[in-house]
Design a binder for this molecule. Structure first.
Ligand code: CA
Length: 228
């Protein structure tokens, strides 16, 4: 399980501790010392998860979390709050504003990794290595292979990521912009037409086993993966 994780934390010792342990676990780490840097970090590319310190200089973590939740582009990013506060009411406030989980300092790196894994599994299944199966179409992230009714289907890396994302978010419609953000990690430089090109290639590959109808066009909205 490898994810892009943005760590927003002003204490450099904690930043380094997290960076070291997250990298050991195979994740990519983006660092920000305050909300302004975090904003800059997500301007072109969205992380899979944000570890967000509650007490930051300037704008605090809670306000930032609220803004992320109110913005259509960022509202689905999983957030785990880090805090030195232990009062129960603060914990409730943290979860109230839409944080997915809450870790109290001091924490053990192992605990952080376990919480991240649980949140990613729930909120960003495309970052896990769980095998997904839908009507005879089977995708195995750990071996990077796709099978249709048992026969291997050859896919390019982008088509694989696209299929993985859509299969792990079945029945949800994604716009081209959202797919660029979530699959390509870039909604500014890459053109929306690129999505259509790769959807076409993906369907063509899936045609060999008759699974192309799982990738549906939703007129005026975007694409979705659905068995019906
Ligand atoms: Ca702090």
């Amino acid at each position: 399980m490898a994810a892009n994780i943005l760590v927003v934390e002003d204490e450099s010792s904690i930043q380094e501790l997290l960076k070291f342990n997250l990298r050991q676990a195979g994740h990519s780490v983006w660092q920000a010392l305050n909300v302004e840097e975090a904003r800059h970090a997500i301007r072109n590319e969205l992380p899979d998860l944000i570890l967000l310190d509650w007490m930051l200089p300037g704008k605090n973590g809670i306000e930032f979390a609220q803004q992320l939740r109110n913005d259509k582009r960022t509202r689905d990013i999983p957030i785990i709050m880090l805090t030195a506060r232990t009062e129960e009411s603060d914990k409730i406030t943290g979860l109230d504003i839409g944080a997915d989980d809450y870790i109290t300092k001091p924490f053990s790196p192992r605990e952080v990794l376990a919480r991240i894994k649980a949140v990613l599994r729930r909120r960003a299944p495309q970052t896990t290595e769980d095998i997904i199966e839908l009507q005879g179409l089977k995708l195995d992230p750990s071996s990077y292979r796709v099978y249709g009714n048992g026969a291997e289907i050859e896919l390019g890396p982008t088509e694989f990521r696209l299929l993985h994302f859509l299969m792990s978010h079945q029945e949800r419609v994604y716009t081209r912009t959202q797919l660029l953000d979530r699959v390509w990690g870039d909604h500014i430089v890459v053109e929306e037409r690129t999505v259509d090109v790769h959807i076409r290639r993906l369907r063509l590959a899936l045609e060999t086993t008759g699974h192309e109808q799982l990738i549906q066009t939703v007129r005026g909205a975007g694409y979705r993966c659905s068995a019906s």
